[in-house]
Design a protein around this ligand. Structure first.
Ligand code: SAM
Ligand code: SF4
Length: 396
């Protein structure tokens, strides 16, 4: 039997901006506290050189979404965002109506800034709100209060942005169920198109991991908040489509959906990760760039800026695919699995059957979706798709 062909899925472009005004104590993203003037003009030169270097990997392909993530991309002056987008559009074909998102910290909102982003081509903003409770915001080390957060969202709406996401976190230090509910009510009042609702996690190598904050809600309290907030979001017209993502009809985030569907993405910028299907080699390549902004600025556009390349062997692909696809409420189709991994559906038949028997997944013809139970135990379900471990070699 010949193996099915690996078909390049839709392509996205991710652009990382690695600086913030202040480092939040819970955050493990590649973000560095700003010290003095930031070299944004030089950074855009580096981004375009980086893009040039990766272009042969995506020759002739169309970009369906662009995402400026961080760090804090809203620190970038609109003129530099515009210069980057113009440079990118002269090197790559952008799909008509291409979704272009920029992450914004409400503490960086200024008059004129959002108009500038819109004029540059940005058509979606994602605000890091986290909470509307000033005590919670302070304990999270945020640079803005709740009033500033609301004002920033309104400024963006006045500038014509109607496709807005608000990031909220729950299970925060000192937070009660009533406070988590109140955060959602304040969010709904702003009528965003999309809400991302994340449970606070203590990530390794963060200040919070080293010194956990006091009065963290326990697991049961966190679970109660999640359940109650899911209900409130549904009642307010936000349909859950992924573990933490909720959208009004037609407003799901196309960029993140492409990740979760095991799509392709070019990763440009300090520490950015990319995943690309190389049709001619029948290979899947993961590539990441140097994390440190200084080193990245000096080397972008050369092989030295590449932090690493990793080819994803066929045995690893089912796990990688599930790690993404099983986050989606709608799951995936076996046709999608075969096209984007180059593997026949039979290669996962026994793991699938096992997960169905345990009540974690349900299959309907070509479609596979996690059940309510499966969504509670996502990690256990995904583990079923790990390739067989190498036999252990005894120590000499
Ligand atoms: C790169 S940040 C968004 C933009 C901007 N940097 C900001 O914070 O305003 C992405 C989002 O991930 C979420 N996040 C970051 N660290 C987290 C953690 N430890 N636990 C849960 N969510 C987290 C936050 O909601 C944050 O807004
Ligand atoms: S502003 Fe955002 S990216 Fe920066 S440290 Fe805070 S959470 Fe992380």
């Amino acid at each position: 039997m010949t193996a099915p062909a690996l078909t390049p899925p839709p392509l996205s472009l991710y652009v990382h901006v690695p600086w913030c005004v202040r480092k939040c104590p819970y955050c493990d993203f590649n973000s560095h506290e700003r010290r003095g003037e930031l070299p944004f003009a030089q950074y855009v030169d580096a981004l375009l050189a980086d893009l040039d270097h990766d272009l042969p990997l995506v020759w002739g392909r169309t970009v369906h979404t662009v995402f400026f993530g961080g760090g804090t991309p809203s620190l970038m002056p609109p003129e530099q965002i515009e210069r980057f987008l113009q440079g990118a559009a002269s090197r790559l074909r952008f799909a008509p109506g291409c979704e272009i998102t920029l992450e914004a910290n409400p503490g960086t909102a200024e008059h004129g800034r959002f108009e500038g982003y819109r004029a540059a081509g940005v058509n979606r903003l994602s605000f890091g709100i986290q909470s509307f409770d000033d005590g919670c915001l302070q304990r999270l080390g945020r640079i803005h209060d709740s009033r500033e957060a609301e004002a920033a969202v309104k400024l963006a709406q006045d500038a014509g942005f109607d496709n807005l996401n608000l990031d909220l976190m729950y299970a925060l230090p000192g937070q009660t169920l009533a406070m988590a509910e109140h955060d959602l009510e304040r969010a709904f009042a702003l009528q965003p198109a999309h809400v991302s609702h994340y449970q606070l996690t203590l990530e390794p190598n963060t200040v919070f991991a080293a010194r956990p904050p006091e009065h963290l809600p326990d697991d049961d309290a966190g679970w109660d908040m999640q359940e109650r907030c899911q209900t409130m979001l549904a009642q307010a017209g936000y349909a859950q489509y992924e573990v933490s993502a909720y959208a009004q009809p037609g407003r799901r985030c196309a960029h993140n959906l492409n990740y979760w569907r095991y799509g392709d993405y070019l990763g440009i910028g300090a520490g950015a990760h990319g995943k690309l299907t190389l049709g001619h080699e029948q290979a899947i390549l993961r590539r990441w760039k140097h994390k440190h902004p200084g080193k990245y600025l000096q080397t972008a556009g050369t092989a030295e800026a590449i932090g690493g390349d990793d080819r994803i062997e066929p045995a690893r692909r089912p796990f990688e695919f599930m790690l993404n696809a099983l986050r989606l409420v709608d799951g995936f189709t076996l046709t999608q699995f075969t096209r984007s991994t180059g593997l026949p559906a039979e290669s996962i038949a026994s793991a699938l059957a096992d997960a169905v028997r345990r009540g974690w997944l349900e299959c309907d013809g070509d479609a596979v979706r996690p059940t309510e139970l499966g969504r509670r135990f996502t990690n256990d379900v995904i583990e079923r798709f790990l390739d067989e471990p190498e036999p252990e070699v005894p120590e000499p």
